[in-house]
Write a protein that binds this ligand. Structure first.
Ligand code: FAD
Length: 361
């Protein structure tokens, strides 16, 4: 029986593991960190090579070991994976990988369920965390699984008939790979904007967004940060689906983005209504396409918690900070307002402190 099982070793999971260790919980004895990747880096490990440290909006330090001043031209996937690897070693976090957690459910004791709620779930017993590589019993789960493993593909009529290539942000490798083709980029977030600017150098592009993109030139200061957090928290505390980061922040109007607007690259054509075998149909006509690049975001990777029946009618999990309203044994780090590099680090710490408090109770 572990005190805590941390699922996921990205920014949030490593931050939680660090603070658990500082509180005297030893990896392998009181706690264990499980991660589905082949190596360190969390979602950053997977990002496309052209996303350099200089192009990323920001990488927040993990607690206790700053990233320092790495080369801004280095791919973020390489630099952050190296940083996280060093971090795991320095603090002896003993991450167990690759372990994909499939399921978390209450332990069935000889005397049956301890405390069954109105959804028929026993909320009183310890939890069993199961994977193909084994299972772990624990008092508390810190779920820090991010969003990267759950790319979101919206449904549009005709999508399955398209004869060209369709790919998601999750699978993007480089603009060069698409050279000479006409690419329809779907989505109004930072990834879409970064793809369009790169693609414009080697392809022709059309930008499709459901709403007109909002480029925001207000200062990205503390007041702005609090405003974003308030809007995200309003939704998660009500059990609604989470807001995407850019849905809450808007796009910063940097000089590079302004240039993209002036060049006609960062100008949305609105949203198409249908996909044909050879292109997409906008209200004012069809655009031929070789490639549709879905930069349509990600959803929280929480399928492994399905057996605990945490979802509310609004589609999300109701939370108060890292605490799940329905289940005191589960702490969500990196969900809702924790889904940014700053938020993930803070959420990891809050989850560790809450897990330690549960242990003492
Ligand atoms: P992750 O880094 O995703 O780590 C989750 C870990 O959990 C992974 O290692 C994964 O392998 C593991 N995992 C998942 N499911 C399981 C399972 N079932 N069992 C075991 N392990 C599992 N934020 C910024 O502030 N600045 C940016 O520039 C920025 N750019 C972004 C670009 C993209 C394309 C995306 C998707 C996000 C971006 N973000 C950015 C958001 C930011 O990356 C994240 O919010 C933060 O780094 C996520 O940390 P995390 O620990 O919550 O999740």
């Amino acid at each position: 029986m572990y005190d805590v099982v941390v699922i996921g070793a990205g920014q949030a999971g490593l931050s939680a593991a660090y603070h658990l260790r500082r509180s005297g919980l030893e990896p392998g004895e009181h706690m264990v960190v499980l991660d589905s990747s082949d190596g360190p880096g969390g979602a950053w490990r997977e990002r496309w090579d052209s996303l350099t440290l200089g192009a990323a909006h920001g990488i927040h330090d993990l607690p206790g070991l700053p990233i320092g001043a790495p080369d801004p031209t280095e791919p973020a996937s390489v630099a952050v994976s190296r940083y996280y690897g060093t971090y795991e070693e320095t603090f002896g976090l003993d991450v167990v990988r690759p372990v994909r957690v499939r399921d978390v459910r209450p332990l069935e004791g000889p005397d049956g369920p301890v405390d069954v709620d109105d959804r028929g779930v026993d909320r009183g017993s310890p939890l069993v965390v199961s994977s193909d590589a084994g299972s772990w019993t624990t008092r508390t789960v810190v779920s820090a699984t991010g969003t990267w493993t759950r790319p979101y593909w919206p449904a549009y009529p005709g999508r399955e008939t398209f004869l060209g290539r369709q790919l998601h942000t999750h699978d993007f490798v480089s603009a060069e790979e698409l050279r000479g083709q006409h690419v329809v980029v779907v989505g109004g977030g930072a990834s879409a904007v970064q793809f369009l600017l790169q693609l414009a150098k080697v392809t022709t592009t059309t930008w499709a967004t459901r709403r007109p993109p909002v480029f925001d030139d207000r200062a990205f200061d503390q007041e702005w940060g609090r405003d974003v957090e308030r809007r995200v928290v309003e939704r998660t505390s009500a059990g609604l689906t989470t807001l995407s980061v850019v849905g809450a922040t808007g796009l910063p109007l940097t000089p590079v983005y302004q240039q993209g607007i002036d060049d006609g690259v960062l100008v949305s054509r609105g949203m198409f209504t249908e996909i044909t075998p050879t292109g997409v149909v906008f209200p004012d006509g069809e655009v031929r396409a070789d490639v549709i690049l879905w930069a349509t975001g990600f959803r929280p990777a929480v399928d492994h918690l399905a057996q605990l029946r945490l979802r509310e009618p609004g589609g999300g999990i109701a939370t108060d900070g890292v605490h799940v309203d329905r289940d005191p044994r589960v702490l969500l780090a990196g969900y809702g307002s924790g889904a940014s590099t700053i938020g993930a680090t803070r959420a990891g710490r809050a989850a560790a402190l809450a897990a330690v408090a549960r242990r003492a109770a």
